[in-house]
Design a protein around this ligand. Sequence first.
Ligand code: NAD
Length: 429
Amino acid sequence: MIVNSVSSGLSAKKMSFKGTESIWTTAKTNIENAANELGYGKSLINQLVYPERELSGFVHVGGIDEPIQVFRTQHNTALGPAKGGIRMMPAVDGETVRGLATDMSVKNSLAGLPLGGGKGGIRFDSAKLSPAQRVDLFRAYTRFMAPIIGPNMDIPAPDMFTNAGDMDIIMDEYSKVVGHNDPGVVTGKSLMNGGSLGRQEATGLGVVHTVEEALLKEGILPNRATAAVQGSGNVGGVAAKYLHEKGVKVLGMSDMYGAIYNKKGLDVPEVLSEIKQKGTLTKYAKAAKISNEDLLKLNVDVLVPAATQGQITEKNAGSILAKIIAEGANGPTTPGADKILQRRGIHVVPDVLANQGGVYVSHLEHIQNRTRDIWPLKTVLDKLAVQMKSRYNEVFTYSIRNKVSMRKAATMLALERIANALKARGRIV
Ligand code: NAD
């Protein structure tokens, strides 16, 4: 199992956000660009851009002197209950949560799921919490959000600095509130509490399935390909592991403390075990140390930004040498940088496509919870492979047919589904 920054005790406070644009600005711009291409009018665009409901307030945890601000945004529920993770970081604010929720509406629609978009936030540094305070915090978050979450309303999941144990607490507290056991209120739970086999590796492995398809389109054999992966957590670490397994040479990897490079290829399992033991890869001996900025500019076939938002900007987009960028993180590319990448003919697999494996397997977890069934790992991973490859090809074909970028194609396909649902419900004003 990959060690992420939560389990290795690293502080969210140390995470830097170099991007100049908020994730809400990026998400809004992507929707507006795609909706304009579809010829939608202002009123429909506003319905597609602005969230339906937002709830924010403060909760209090014993032993912590400051009030803790919590957020939840339900962006669009035309296709089904809202769904999206909870992020816990000192930098989280209402605008970040809104932007992430907006992306979830697009992602869930593109994935063909009967789900809308939602996201939650806790503005706090998880490293400051004792285990008991962490439990108290998630119980308080659940009681605060109980009126608006639920298996038919809004289904949270983990995001950065939250984990399966936190989801177990939400499930337990929500079950107490409603008076019966209700595992369907959250996904990403631990296996013993109704989690699904395959959820832990779903996002990173899903990214790799889209990379395989993109390599095929570019005429590059996986065992001749090279890659660099930014971020070595649940998404980046797993993606690096599967790229390596499929024969792709991973030349560079990074975490929030720095990056490493070996021109002959890294021994990814060894690097991952180093992270597990030391909490960082920067002390790995069999590689040269480089900066995170230089990792993005490595001469590789595939770049997987899988750390955080706003990493590929107008400043560095012109220096990226990769032929394919598969966005493991949410919003790693700013709209200005996206234009540069497109002009330079770089094959970008956008976040809403590349990293949808996580929410897809969350959906499979929800089905198992509601039917009280348990599926074998192979069933889940086979379904994931079919989902990722077919959605990739749907977007690729649409992008060729309509002469638009993969990002615009993905967003247009997603918006068409939401707009059709709104129309069928008589909600287009
Ligand atoms: P994580 O906390 O497990 O890992 C984050 C990794 O990125 C860590 O290795 C951290 O050290 C590194 N990092 C952070 N800031 C960095 C920086 N500025 N430069 C280089 N490395 C940096 O988080 P995760 O679950 O892997 O999520 C990563 C991204 O993927 C986030 O944008 C998240 O929203 C997105 N995402 C995650 C999932 C999921 O299922 N976990 C699903 C979809 C999207």
